[in-house]
Write a protein that binds this ligand. Structure first.
Ligand code: F3S
Length: 282
């Protein structure tokens, strides 16, 4: 009898669950139109479902004329929220509390006179939000080598984009330490990403079929699919359970299921039910 096992850590993280709750509540309770500033999460099925509930996507505050705007988990620069309020819009701030923690740390380091270094991806919305919270003056680096030609002050403070790895942070910190007299590091990495990757790797290595659920446009889901493929060649990245084929299950005894941090638990449940149906029909 073939078995289905869901990874120890899989699917929507705390910040995404919270943002979804806030968006569905706004759809129910808010008066006037409800818009998210950019797609709420990288999951087309969820974005379509929100649309059916009356929550649309705008790219910019200027495109919303009335009602409510919802800020995504990544957060935004403070001026965006100010601008929304100036335009008379209600703001639902779904910035993940872990991202808020980075904002607070960045602001505090700058106010204490440290030169701020953000370990993260330049141009990413979360990093833009951290930069904004810090008052706009910070160095953004992803690799230690990027610091070689940069002048550092004697006192440097470091924060890190929530989805970066501990090794990326360590490399940057090791490069800064010998060049400064005071170094203050605030580790703001969120474990949700690495927990999901580690659990997927472990499960995939014991399975002969792996199903990875989540948006094809979701970077963290694509990374999970890549990790699983390395351990199990019979890995399939799906957005919806209908995409699963019975041919994937031929001769298979242990099926693993995982999902990206932007995949609601209801999608995991649906995929497991469909898998069981396909197994029963074998
Ligand atoms: Fe928040 Fe971590 Fe998710 S920062 S949005 S709980 S990946």
């Amino acid at each position: 009898m073939a078995t289905i096992e869901v990874a120890r850590y899989a699917g929507a993280c705390y910040g995404v669950e919270r943002a979804l709750d806030m968006a569905y509540t706004a759809a129910k309770d808010a008066s006037g139109p409800v818009n998210t500033l950019g797609p709420l999460i990288h999951n087309p099925l969820v974005v379509q479902d929100l649309e059916r509930e009356g929550v649309s996507v705008v790219d910019d505050v200027e495109q919303a004329d009335s009602g409510t705007v919802i800020v995504r988990t990544h957060g935004v620069v403070p001026s965006v929220v100010d601008r929304a309020r100036e335009r008379g819009l209600a703001v639902v701030d779904a910035t993940c509390p872990y991202v808020k923690k980075v904002h607070h740390a960045a602001r505090r380091l700058v106010s204490e006179g440290f030169q701020l270094v953000i370990v993260g991806e330049a141009g990413h919305p979360e990093v833009e939000g951290i930069l904004g919270a810090a008052g706009g003056s910070a160095l953004v680096v992803q690799e230690a080598s990027e610091l070689e030609s940069v002048e550092l002050s004697r006192r440097v403070g470091v924060v890190v984009q929530t989805t970066q790895t501990a090794s990326a942070l360590s490399r940057v910190v090791a490069a800064i330490a010998p060049r400064v007299s005071e170094l203050h590091v605030v580790n703001t990495i969120c474990e949700a990403t690495s927990e999901r990757q580690q659990a997927a790797r472990e499960l995939a290595s014991s399975c002969d079929c792996m199903i990875v659920i989540g948006g094809k446009n979701s970077a963290n889901t694509c990374r999970l699919a890549q990790i699983c493929t390395e351990a199990c060649r019979n890995t399939h990245h799906i957005e919806d359970s209908d995409e699963m084929l019975s041919s994937w299950l031929e001769g298979v005894e242990h099926i693993g299921v995982t999902a990206g941090a932007s995949t609601p638990s209801s999608h995991i449940k649906r995929a497991c039910e469909r898998l069981q149906m396909l197994l029963d029909a074998r």
